[in-house]
Write a protein that binds this ligand. Structure first.
Ligand code: G3P
Length: 214
């Protein structure tokens, strides 16, 4: 399972990318606003291709507007995927973009039926929101497993990108449930590194290394 950073903050993306553990970033209007981004066009323009793929979300109300926004951002020549909501207009836009070989991430997915529709519309990625389902007392990780099972039974090529992950346990569980990708917020990415035995082991190695030459 590959990782993406769920963030609109360039400093976070740059640093996580330098660690060699992410293959790009996912954004949405909320994350961009939180990061102080005012123009998506400027944000896409500043994207470094070495950071991987940038998933950027359209926010127009209808399919024509969504396709227009997407084509404008694609024309900037960066490695991007277009996020569209799992609505009739969003899926109509997905179909049109997929016909132009533009990778589309269908987002705000909360059921297997929505994931099946996204696949039919030609989505490259489908994003089930694990944490938000759990906020409403439903089983988010189980949805990832169900989508994987449903897709595999008929050879659907759409890749599952688990989103709305709130802790390291979510990341581990969606990997075991068959997600191809997981997008993780900055704080969760940091926690993925952490293990008390690594900290303790490093302390002991450092103490002994003080008596050695390289
Ligand atoms: O990519 C968007 C998604 O990860 C949102 O997460 O925590 O706002 O439910 P959250």
């Amino acid at each position: 399972m590959h990782l993406l950073l769920d963030s609109g903050a360039v400093n976070e993306i740059r640093e996580a990318s330098s660690w060699g553990v992410i293959r790009g970033a996912t954004t949405n209007p909320t994350l961009l606003r939180k990061a102080g981004v005012e123009s998506i066009t400027r944000f896409v323009s500043s994207w470094e291709p070495s950071w991987g793929t940038l998933h950027v979300e359209v926010f127009a109300a209808d399919r024509e507007g969504m396709v227009e926004q997407a084509l404008r951002w694609v024309a900037l020549g960066k490695p991007i995927a277009i996020k569209v909501p799992c609505t009739p207009e969003g899926l109509a836009a997905c179909r049109q973009l997929a016909q132009r070989d533009i990778p589309v991430n269908v987002t705000l997915v909360f059921s297997l039926s929505q994931a099946l529709l996204a696949a039919e519309a030609g989505a490259t990625y489908v994003s089930p929101f694990v944490g938000r389902l759990e906020d409403h007392g439903m089983k988010g990780v189980q949805l990832v497993a169900d989508i994987r099972n449903g897709y595999d039974r008929t050879g659907v090529p759409t890749q599952i990108l688990a989103a709305s992950l709130r802790n390291p346990q979510h990341v581990q569980e969606v990997a075991l449930a068959g997600a191809h990708w997981a997008t993780v917020p900055w704080d969760v990415l940091q926690k993925l590194f952490h293990h008390p035995l690594t900290v303790d082991g490093l302390k002991r190695f450092d103490a002994d290394a003080a008596h050695l030459q390289d």
